[in-house]
Ligand binder design. Sequence first.
Ligand code: C2O
Ligand code: CU
Length: 531
Amino acid sequence: PVTRCYNLELVVKDLAPDGFTRPVWTVNGQYPAPLLQANYGDRILVNVTNKYGDPASIHWHGMFQKGTNYYDGIVGVTQCEIPNKVTFLYNFTLEQYGTYWYHSHLQGQIVDGLKGPLIIYDPKDPFYGKYDYEYVMTVSDWYHTPSGILLPLFRADKYRGFDPMPDSGDISGLGQCDCSAAPKNSTCNPNNKMATYVVKKGKKYRFRIINTSSLVHFTISIDNHPLTIMEVDGDYVKPVTLNTIPINIAQRYSVILDANQPIDNYKIRAHISVCTPNNNLTINYNAPLNYDVTGILKYEGAEDKLPTSKADSLNYTSEACRDVNPSSLKPYYENKVPKNVISTFKVLVTFGNLPTGKQVALINNSSFVPNLNYPTNQQVVEGVDPYKLPPSQNAHVYECNSGDCNDAALDIYIVNNSTDSHPFHLHGHIFYILFNGENNTGIDPPNEADFNFKDPVTRDVVTVLPNSTTVIRYSVNNPGVWFFHCHIQWHLNLGMAVQMIESPSIFKNTTIIPADVTGLCAGIDLAMNKD
Ligand code: C2O
Ligand code: CU
């Protein structure tokens, strides 16, 4: 293992990922943000220089951050915001491998473009030799209106919190929007490039697919090319071959594609589904609710023309807003599900109204509001009693006090009492999907006899279906303050989040938050390279 350094400069730049020119919150002038690559065990130093003119932060999605909770990047939970013109250094060790990504966790910056892939290679990858080359493919929805305009609208009474709809989508930063819907004084190119992946006939390719959307679920397919899943959110699974891969926000799959078809161009279809069906009043009335973002799988030697390939028989409706069936995914290495369940936490998900009439998202009847000036991890380390945090902090505190603490686990019952589906993500851990229910909120608690304790798949994002309960379990092995939230950006903005305060006494006794982190809160500028 080595130490790798990256310099990320956060700058706003006019770009046209889908043909429509708008200011994009880029990293080093790029959207998607540059690919970061490292090996298992490496330390990475990421020097983030914020020139957005706004505050910022970066979260490393899926990283365990063992011993470095304060580099998890969540403003109000694990750090204060990085002010404009300040450089902040993230410094952590990669104790895992697989396909990940990084993104802003502040306001709506994820909508505006601050997101990119993070790939960690495993020297012992059991699939090495089963493919010849690899590609990273991000899929995302895309908005023409900056989130700084959408968010206040979204919060205004008129829309009562209905999710803003995207204007288009992109594959690895390239899409084609409908320029006829663009305002008169805008710049829009109706012939924007399509994402193109070149393959050699007879070779095999690993595609690392990442859904970096703010709102939408994708169903991915490549005409005439079945895809074999072998990695799910960083962990290997026994290979499963499918024609279509449903992928919700923030999830990742690696698939292997066999370039064994006649030399030609084939269509890549990233089919968009919006999983918040009750939003009949939307901010963007031109919303493309049901369409494909397209790309090209181009065989070397094929003519330069658009694919005319036909879709295999695709059944989008049965896969829209769902995960690949967790019971069809089996871990590649045997799982040992921890048994000492120290607590069971029920997370009741609803929408509701504040006394002011404003719609919010509620978890156990409380809407999360971050404490921007005093992040929770800092409070715990400085002696604030985590059990006494105000209700708006949505804190769940747990600690192992009895039995075999090396085998300690927490169960979360996610009870979704809304008609939207929600991709729930836990920071700092992977979890076992014990049970992915459907239309079962009437059965409370769900029947343990239906749980998979034997060979559940692990993930860090799981889709909880409408009016359904899903049960996850994870090892209590990482003291710190870990966010647990819906990864639909708009729902997060409405407060659909909880703080999991894990082993606070150990955390307090073993953690010294570096001065450059606490300095962000104190307003003391300890930053390097200030201009
Ligand atoms: Cu992708 Cu809270 O993160
Ligand atoms: Cu949600």
